[in-house]
Design a protein around this ligand. Sequence first.
Ligand code: PMT
Length: 318
Amino acid sequence: MTEPRVSSIDGKLAEEFAAPSHVDEVRERIAAFARLHAEAGRCVVLISSGGTKVPLESRTVRFLDNFSSGRRGAQSAEYFLETGYAVVFLHRHRSLYPYARTLSSINVLDALEFSGGTQEPDRVVVNPEVLPNMAKVLKKYREVTDAQLLLPIEFSTLSEYLHLLKASAQSLNAIGSKAMFYLAAAVSDFYIPVCDMPEHKIQSSNGPLQLSLKMVPKILSPLVKDWAPQAFVISFKLETDAAILLDKARRALETYRHQAVVANVLDSRRGYVVVVTPTSQHEVVLSKEDVNNQVEIEERIVTNLTAAHERFIEQQVG
Ligand code: PMT
């Protein structure tokens, strides 16, 4: 296995983005997780999920954020687990989480009741009318956690995301082509370097605020070239203008030379995506019937990409 290389972006990362204090511990946990599952013959996918927060002050009161709920990442994680992958779930704090996402659209207290009426007020059970699938979901969650197949890693800020993704990539490099990166997170393109950030809360008494934001380095480049060069890498591309989407996806493949881009438009992202590779373009669409049957598009995306990953591994070995 090749050692991860140092990239030209490493210096910038160290200087302008504060690393989280537990980054080395995370690196070791992911390395141990990858070893365990590779020895058991499993592939490991790192899923990035949710939006990044960009602070405006060091002692942060205000920050820039984005729309991502983490639903794509959380749902995909479940389908990867069903397919037999072990999952590193690099997700935004409090964004949607595999299995627990079932609870995200309700007030949990509305799903609970006292089992023996007022006679036994301290025993609480789930109301199956509010959460009909809870036993099934809980069973799957327990199976996954008991088998240590899901490793959750949290981030909130852009800096945390960048450092944790780098550490993850360097650890997963040890399993070569058996590692997949599924980068569904919506990462900020703009930031304020730590050296330019005011320490204290920006005062509104100083008048209107003008911000000058720098461009975030494109992390896909060192990930593909230096940190995990043998891995199977999938990026996502989101646009609001469908007319430019496929062109942008193809340009990303030409620039970064990774394996696939999942292209989606903001308003239709739950029912339509295009999986673009250097040699193909595959539309994934949910029909009305699929929607009525509660099929989730992530199931189809994951089926498409795990098959492509299998072919990729065979080519590397063969
Ligand atoms: O979370 P949901 O509400 O379910 O929505 C899902 C989604 C729309 C967020 C998801 O499907 C999606 O499209 N995510 C990518 C959004 C995007 O357009 O990313 P981008 O063009 O800024 O970045 C391209 C790729 O590089 C992405 O895979 C991104 O995760 C990655 N990236 C980008 C910049 C950066 N500095 N580091 C990165 O890793």
